[in-house]
Design a protein around this ligand. Structure first.
Ligand SMILES: Nc1ncnc2c1ncn2[C@@H]1O[C@H](COP(=O)(O)OP(=O)(O)OP(=O)(O)O)[C@@H](O)[C@H]1O
Ligand SMILES: [Mg+2]
Length: 275
């Protein structure tokens, strides 16, 4: 019979099949120190879609005011699930989400939006039968009086949305729709924006535009947490990055350091790293 305390994981020399390493006590301490005055933080988040089946197995993440944070990792790692857990779309079974010191775990999306959290989901993120302007109106349905001022803010960042305000979103290209989706989330002038794979499915030129726009939104004072398949590009623009693997933090460092970490290159940046 084992005498090990089942509550503490013993370090092993053998890495899991993917090569990701468990977050160590030191990593947790660094998270605690870094997250102390953060804008938004997730601590030890365990969550999933079906009771008893956890997809996230204890994720940590934080974003400071003004930061652009990237999340990369293989398909199915739990990146979208983490954003959904932060945004109250799935139940967090343990751990916590904190916004400016307030525990917001389990808060519903409308409340989070009112408190300054914006979310752009990975798919189905515009209302195709509505015009651009109507889509942007949906972004401030909780505070319609904000429309005029917010419309100016958003069309300042995305002038094309103003020029084409009467066009139906369903008739736009993928890249243009992504701008509408981001614009809608920005209408409440959030302090933090959660973006799930904004460059997915776009041509290389439009992907570039998405990254440039994201940086621009961040420079306009909005903190950003961005999930991206285009890992190398994401690490180039983010201040700090997280690699998620199998529902856990695998690596975290500045975007630059992650992009040159041989383990991260080997495991997560693939052939792109050689480009
Ligand atoms: N609505 C759902 N119901 C049940 N399981 C789900 C649901 N959505 C995702 N999952 C499962 O959760 C796991 C993590 O999925 P998630 O979408 O978070 O991955 P991801 O890292 O965003 O991947 P990708 O890069 O493909 O977008 C996967 O095993 C997936 O099958
Ligand atoms: Mg995803």
């Amino acid at each position: 019979m084992s005498t090990e305390d089942p509550g503490t994981e013993q370090p092993t020399d053998e890495a899991p099949a993917t090569g990701s390493h468990e977050f160590s006590q030191e990593d947790r301490k660094a998270h605690e120190a870094g997250a102390k005055d953060s804008l938004l933080r997730a601590d030890n988040v365990v969550a999933g879609y079906v009771p008893g089946v956890n997809i996230l197995n204890g994720c940590d993440l934080y974003v400071n005011d003004g930061e652009l944070v990237g999340i990369i990792g293989p398909n199915g790692a739990g990146k979208s699930t983490l954003l959904k857990a932060i945004f109250g779309l799935i139940k967090v079974s343990s751990g916590s989400i904190t916004l400016r010191g307030e525990n917001i775990t389990g808060f519903k999306a409308n409340r989070l939006v009112a408190q300054g959290v914006g979310f752009v989901p990975q798919t189905n993120n515009v209302f195709p039968s509505l015009t651009i302007e109507e889509n942007l109106q949906m972004g401030v349905y909780q505070s319609p009086k904000k429309f005029k001022q917010s419309f100016e803010f958003v069309t300042g960042l995305f002038p094309a949305l103003g020029d084409r305000r009467a066009q139906r979103a369903g008739s736009l290209s993928g890249g243009e729709r992504q701008m509408v989706a981001m614009g809608r989330a920005l209408m409440m002038e959030p302090s933090v924006l959660l973006l799930d794979e904004p460059s997915a499915g776009l041509s290389p030129a439009l992907q570039d535009e998405v990254f440039v726009r994201t940086r621009q939104i961040n420079r306009a004072g909005v903190s950003v947490i961005m999930v991206e398949q285009n890992a190398r590009r994401c690490l180039q623009i983010c201040d700090r990055g997280y690699v998620l693997d199998q529902g856990r933090n695998a690596y975290t460092a500045s975007g630059k350091d992650l992009a040159k970490d041989p383990k991260v290159i080997e495991l997560y940046l693939g052939t792109l790293a050689k480009a």
